[in-house]
Design a protein around this ligand. Structure first.
Ligand SMILES: [Zn+2]
Length: 228
């Protein structure tokens, strides 16, 4: 029986340009697709693209659209159009070596401003039809500015601002302690009884160890908080 499978990707990003993410099921192993490439669409499967923005308002804002083919860039383009009514072009590419290790990755999102002319958009679309895949650009050693120059040939390019991007996790022992604090008394008590706890961050695989003394302190703090 063929089963539709679905792998969840959980990325998050901050305004400072820090990104982190993890895959629910990192060991999916599918044959290469008809083009001889890694079958991302097959691995992602079906489901929804959901984007939650924490904008400082009381409630975060979440938008969603259905996954069409699991090819991440196409589905993000669709999400931006359907959920945010923003016409966009999204391109992504990852290069892997024979051992399936990532040796390079890149991507872009292009969104015309509301006053962009039809002529400008036509020219942009013509450029996008001509350019190589992002993987090829990465392979050729192009950096972000190189990719932009390739995509926007024939345009005047002005950089208003640039931000360095980095994979960085915001986890810390303090944050993990806060998570432990939110456990129920019963669970906390059993951790204290165990005398040791190990918490692994999904995003970066950092391992945090808590000894009996630390667990007792967390337990006491949790008690104090519920008394207030
Ligand atoms: Zn982490």
């Amino acid at each position: 029986m063929a089963m539709a499978r679905s792998v969840k990707l959980r990325p998050d990003a901050t305004p400072e340009g820090f990104v982190r993410g993890y895959v629910d099921e990192p060991h999916v192993n599918l044959p290469l697709n008809a083009l001889g490439k890694i079958d991302v669409g097959g691995g992602i499967g079906q489901g929804m693209v959901s984007v939650t923005r924490f904008t400082g308002l009381k409630n975060p804002v979440t938008g969603s659209s259905e996954i069409t083919d699991g090819e991440i860039a196409d589905d993000l383009t669709k999400y931006l159009y359907v959920s945010e009514q923003t016409p966009s072009s999204v391109g992504l590419g990852v290069l892997v070596n024979q051992e399936f290790q990532c040796i390079g990755a890149g991507g872009f999102i292009i969104q015309p401003l509301p006053d962009a002319t039809d002529e400008c958009i036509d020219k942009l679309e013509a450029n996008l039809r001509q350019v190589n895949s992002v993987s090829h650009m990465v392979e050729r050693g192009l950096d972000a500015k190189g990719i932009i120059a390739e995509l926007l040939q024939g345009f005047d390019i002005h950089y208003m601002t640039t931000t360095e991007l980095a994979f960085k996790c915001q986890c810390s022992k303090e944050r993990i302690s806060e998570v432990l604090l939110s456990l129920g008394h019963k669970d906390l008590q059993s951790l204290v009884n165990d005398g040791h706890a190990e918490v692994c961050c999904h995003f970066c695989n950092e391992n945090y160890q808590f000894d009996g003394q630390e667990l007792q302190a967390i337990f006491d703090e949790a008690m104090k908080r519920t008394e207030v």
